[in-house]
Every structure is written in structure tokens, then in C-alpha cells.
Design a protein. Structure first.
Length: 239
């Protein structure tokens, strides 16, 4: 294991965005290509200790595609990606299955510093993406965490989206306020929220209430970060 091995998935991530752009320009149904494509990959990731790079690709490529749909205002494709069923281990699953962890890396010495394992996917993201793109990918991660937490369709889904790009290692001295969050901050605006509220499956008042409950429940405990980590609740759909 070395950095070159991890970087070997970068051309494939770039290719999935090119495929998305190409099909989009042809005004074809992108999801009719992407969903069978992901189902085929899922067949080859059924063993959690095999093909960890493929699991990394599955995770990052899905983040890439969701980012592309929001960038292009392609709500039709985004709805299909989020609401469609995916087949894994012979059973129907939600989109959350795309975030299956590459278990083979769980205790790999390359990802261990001292006696601690570092955040594998965060480390990989820092290798693969330049900063501005990485920040956007991290934002998509936060949004998908939030979808799973507040959208009633996914209330009892296991596993949830394992969005850990913004879970920080012990030695990280990070302030949530020290950089831009280009995508999440768009939820400040009423028109953007109205267009994408289907992700949360609730109106503004209910979303705020649910996020407020999440904030209370998470005090002093481990929780995946949600959009309210970077966007004050009272600013959602405020402008």
C-alpha cells in the first residue's frame, strides 16, 4: 500500500464526471445508466475484505455524481439516485450502501499513526482532490449524513451513510468556521431550499426541529456531522 495505489482511482473518478457531463449534454436519462452501473460494482464489493479500492471508488464517485447534479441543477437525476433501490448481497438497499467502508484498510499499517488509526477516507480525499474540490465533496458528505438523519424514508436504514470526511483525527486543530462550505451554505436561500427540500422530505420548520433535536441528542456523544455543523439552524431558508 502506498499513495500511488490510492491515486490510481483518480482517473476513474474523473471519468465518471465526464460520463455524467456527456450524457447530460445529450438530454438522456443519466440515472438509467448510473443505477445499473452502481449495481454492477456492488456485486464485486460483496466481500468486505476484498477490493477495497473499488469500495473507495464507489464512495467517492457517488459523492462526485451528487455534486454534479447539484452543480447542474439536475434534480431529476438526484431524486432517482437518492430514492432508487440498489441491490447488495441479494437484497434491496438504499443509496447508503455506496458508503460501505473498505474493511481491508481498517487496520492496515499504512493508515496507522502510532497506536491510532487515521481517518482513511479523509486521508484519501486529501490525496485525490485539490482543496476547493475537496471542500465541495465534504459538503456533499454532510448533506447525505443529514438526509439519512432527518428524512423519514431512511429513519430505520442500516447502514446509514458513513460520511466521515469531516470527522477529525485527534491531532487535528480544526475550526468549523475556518473555511467556506460552498454547497451547504446555499441552503441559506429560500429558492435553493425549496428546490432541494425533497432530500429532507420535510418543510423548513420540521427540518429545523429535527436538527435541533439532533444537536441536543449529540451533546457529549459521537455523532456524524450534519449541515447544522457549518450552517446555523436559524439561517436555513432565511434569505
Amino acid at each position: 500500500m502506498n499513495e500511488e495505489i490510492i491515486l490510481s482511482i483518480k482517473p476513474y473518478l474523473e471519468s465518471i464526471r465526464k460520463v455524467y457531463d456527456f450524457i447530460s449534454e445529450k438530454n438522456l436519462d443519466i440515472s438509467s445508466f448510473l443505477i445499473p452501473f452502481y449495481n454492477e460494482i456492488l456485486v464485486h464489493t460483496s466481500n468486505e475484505n476484498e477490493r477495497p479500492l473499488l469500495r473507495l471508488f464507489l464512495y467517492f464517485s457517488f459523492l462526485e455524481v451528487v455534486l454534479a447534479t447539484i452543480t447542474k441543477d439536475d434534480t431529476y437525476t438526484l431524486k432517482n439516485l437518492i430514492l432508487s433501490d440498489y441491490i447488495f448481497l441479494g437484497r434491496k438497499n438504499h443509496f447508503t450502501v455506496m458508503s460501505n467502508f473498505p474493511r481491508k484498510y481498517a487496520e492496515h499499517s499504512f493508515f496507522v499513526k502510532g497506536s491510532r488509526q487515521i481517518n482513511v477516507r479523509k486521508f484519501c480525499a486529501q490525496l485525490i482532490y485539490e482543496e476547493k474540490k475537496r471542500v465541495k465533496i465534504e459538503d456533499i458528505d454532510l448533506i447525505l449524513n443529514t438526509v439519512c438523519e432527518v428524512n423519514s424514508r431512511f429513519a430505520d436504514v442500516l447502514p446509514n451513510w458513513h460520511g466521515i470526511l469531516l470527522l477529525f483525527d485527534f491531532e487535528d486543530f480544526y475550526s468549523w468556521d475556518n473555511k467556506a462550505h460552498y454547497i451547504v451554505e446555499k441552503f441559506k436561500y429560500k429558492d435553493f431550499y425549496e428546490k432541494y427540500k425533497f432530500l429532507f422530505n420535510c418543510e423548513k420548520s420540521e427540518l429545523i426541529s429535527k436538527l435541533d433535536n439532533c444537536l441536543e441528542r449529540s451533546r457529549g456523544s459521537f455523532e456524524l456531522p450534519l449541515i447544522n455543523k457549518v450552517l446555523p439552524i436559524n439561517e436555513i431558508a432565511q434569505y
